[in-house]
Design a protein around this ligand. Structure first.
Ligand SMILES: NC(=O)c1ccc[n+]([C@@H]2O[C@H](COP(=O)([O-])OP(=O)(O)OC[C@H]3O[C@@H](n4cnc5c(N)ncnc54)[C@H](OP(=O)(O)O)[C@@H]3O)[C@@H](O)[C@H]2O)c1
Length: 266
């Protein structure tokens, strides 16, 4: 296959829509080379509101014709029907296939396509920050192909960080970063509501929590440090922070986080 230029995203929902918008913003794929599909016009409208140059279709078979990369972004229980509608339309010599569908393996995909596609197949787990070019994306490929993998890497790297892994670790990557963004929001939500319980307005508490999390990330990145090192700079033994951390430990904060990660490994 030639360089990846035209990309069709099948499913324009939370993830597929965010990928389409993120790709256009990332600049590796031109907005006018992106097609998204959905069953109805509502989700297509949201994507095209951000980038009117993106083409929206309700016909998947038409969308995959001439595509260099097809990204499947429908719900797991919808993917079999979607593939049965496109598998005879795909040019297997010219099109690479990627799936962001959680829990559907390479073997499952081969079964649904009724063949092992000629080009490498990619399983990709981004998170919703992809639309803001801040995703942490895990990618696994079913075979070595430096050229096509390099192009898929460039597309997703334009939307944030990319961690290549093997298929076995994808569900753990999903727990850590894809479900994980919700756990980060849960911590922030608890802090905002805690700030309000202490007497701040919602607006003040939100500003304080967003700024504090942003500051924490900046410190870790600038110093290339681990959180424990930064905690040691804040928490003096017997001081206020140490008392707060002890209260978190007493209520099983770390256990709760680990339990959430384990519960969300598919
Ligand atoms: N959300 C996340 O954070 C996340 C992270 C990693 C991976 N994923 C994976 O991403 C996939 C999609 O999740 P989501 O949250 O984006 O779901 P979603 O918001 O429900 O989006 C699904 C999209 O698929 C479209 N669709 C359904 N059947 C279709 C068909 N036959 N032809 C064309 N389009 C069709 C829907 O169209 P209509 O809008 O017209 O109904 C909708 O736009 C899932 O498999 C999930 O495992 C999600």
């Amino acid at each position: 296959m030639e360089n990846i230029k035209k990309v069709s995203v099948i499913g324009a929902g939370n993830m597929g829509g965010a990928i389409a918008v993120g790709m256009a913003a990332g600049g590796v794929v031109r907005a006018s080379d992106i097609i998204v599909t959905a069953r109805g016009m509502e989700s297509l409208g949201k994507v095209r509101m951000a980038y009117p140059e993106i083409t929206g279709f309700t016909d998947n078979a038409m969308a995959v014709k001439g595509a260099d990369l097809v990204i499947l972004a429908v719900k797991p229980w919808q993917v079999r029907d979607v593939i049965s509608g496109i598998r005879d339309e795909i040019d297997y010599g010219g099109t690479a296939i990627a799936s962001v569908v959680a829990g559907v393996s390479f073997e499952d995909l081969y079964g649904m396509f009724g063949r092992t596609p000629d080009n490498p197949v990619f399983r990709i787990i981004p998170n919703t920050a992809v639309s803001r070019l801040k995703s942490t994306t895990f990618i696994a490929s079913d075979r070595e192909d430096a050229v096509i993998s390099g192009q898929v890497d460039a597309i997703f790297r334009s939307m944030g960080d990319v961690i290549w892994t093997d298929e076995r670790m994808l569900s753990c990557g999903m727990a850590l970063a894809s479900c994980g963004i919700a756990y980060a929001f849960r911590y922030m939500d608890a802090s905002i509501r805690g700030g309000m319980a202490l007497g701040f307005t919602e607006e003040e508490a939100r500003r304080a929590v967003l700024g504090t999390v942003e500051g924490a990330v900046a410190l870790l990145k600038a110093g290339n440090t681990m959180p424990q090192q930064e905690i040691a700079r804040v928490a003096t033994p017997g001081g206020y922070t140490a008392k707060g951390l002890q209260a978190m430990d007493d209520r099983g904060f770390e256990d709760a986080v680990l339990a959430a990660l384990r519960a969300s490994v598919g």
